[in-house]
Design a protein around this ligand. Structure first.
Ligand code: UDP
Ligand code: MG
Length: 322
């Protein structure tokens, strides 16, 4: 118990249906963390897995009490799982890492080095991504660059959630109550001394991606809307531009009608304009809907997640608000 309180590192691992890889992940994480010769906890957050992930983790825990588990009542999503891990983590430094070994655990040692040198956030920037589809790489790249252009805060490109946070950064993040969260943006937002290390991302060690297109779209829309109003502004600028075009066209039509008298029944132009404008109006409505939906989520003020059971932790031990 005493040792727990003095825990130096918390490694937070969100897991969702990772039965193929979880044991291997545990072994690699332990091997790396043991070399630090300091105390640590491996805090797995089970995000509603429907396979044997939990059973496997509990079996591991019988032999190794550094392993702790937060078991969600259902799938709440990767970003929420990370947040829960941060809520329960006790370490002086908190490292977030994916369960699929795409982020090489050995890099945690480099992060720790930087942390000891005085940095509060050390994030890992991907210079290459192995074993991922062309589509995923391209859309991810496009997303990070769009996000950078649209936001006022500096969110590093090509950076996932693999990072080390100092205790004080983690505490600040716990105070943020946002529901549709984009954790890496929030980490940038809180500030402090941040630095990057670069790495080539490996292939998944086993199993398939748990991020289907639908979850990727949700993550990117969350990222864009929670850190930028620009989509809304884009709508009004676009609307203005189209109105100007419409006005000019109206003048042309009036000129034709009164001066040249060459107006034809004009069915096609009407249809074209109709399509163009209604498409545009719908787009603006959709954009507003995204924001209004988020306002609605915040006002409902539901908890971010529901914990079914914890192992090696207890609810009153949760080290912060929320
Ligand atoms: N994950 C999660 N909840 C989800 C989806 C994914 O906790 O709803 C976890 C997953 O187990 C993994 C990490 O988030 O540890 C990243 O997922 P994945 O490797 O499938 O994403 P990708 O690397 O393909 O983008
Ligand atoms: Mg992965």
């Amino acid at each position: 118990m005493e040792r727990e309180r003095n825990c130096t590192y918390s490694v937070v691992v969100p897991v969702f249906n990772e039965e193929e890889v979880i044991e291997q992940t545990y072994r690699r994480l332990t091997a790396v963390m043991d070399t630090t010769k300091e105390s640590y906890e491996l805090l797995f957050v089970n995000d509603g897995s429907r396979d044997s992930t939990v059973e496997k983790l509990l079996r591991i825990r019988q032999k190794d009490y550094n392993v702790k588990l937060i078991d969600f009542s259902r799938n709440f999503g990767h970003q929420v799982a990370i947040s829960a891990g941060m809520d329960y983590a006790k370490g002086k430094a908190v490292i977030v890492i994916d369960a699929d070994l795409q982020d090489p655990p050995e890099l945690m040692l480099n992060m720790i080095e930087k942390w000891k040198a005085g940095y509060d956030v050390v994030y890992a920037k991907r210079t290459a991504r192995k074993g991922e589809t062309f589509f995923k790489k391209q859309t991810a790249s496009l997303f990070y660059r769009t996000l950078r252009r649209m936001t006022d805060i500096e969110i590093p490109v090509d950076t996932g959630d693999f990072r080390l946070l100092d205790r004080k950064v983690c505490d600040e993040l716990k105070g943020i109550q946002e529901k549709n969260r984009f954790v890496r943006g929030l980490v940038s937002w809180v500030g402090f001394r941040q630095t990057a290390i670069e790495y080539g991302r490996d292939e998944r060690a086993a199993g398939k991606t748990k991020y289907p297109l639908k979850k990727m779209i949700k993550l990117s829309v969350d990222g864009l809307t929670s850190f930028s109003y620009k989509p809304l502004k884009l709508a009004s600028y676009g609307g203005m531009a189209l109105s100007v075009v419409g006005f000019v066209y109206m003048l042309a039509v009036l000129f034709q009608t009164f001066c040249t008298k060459t107006t034809v029944p004009g069915w096609s132009s009407l249809v074209v304009i109709q399509l163009l404008f209604s498409g545009f109006v719908l787009m603006i409505l959709g954009m507003m809907g995204e924001y209004i939906g988020r306002i609605y989520d915040e006002t409902k003020d539901r908890p971010l997640y529901i914990v079914k059971e914890t192992y090696g932790l207890s609810a009153h031990e949760m080290t912060g608000p929320r």
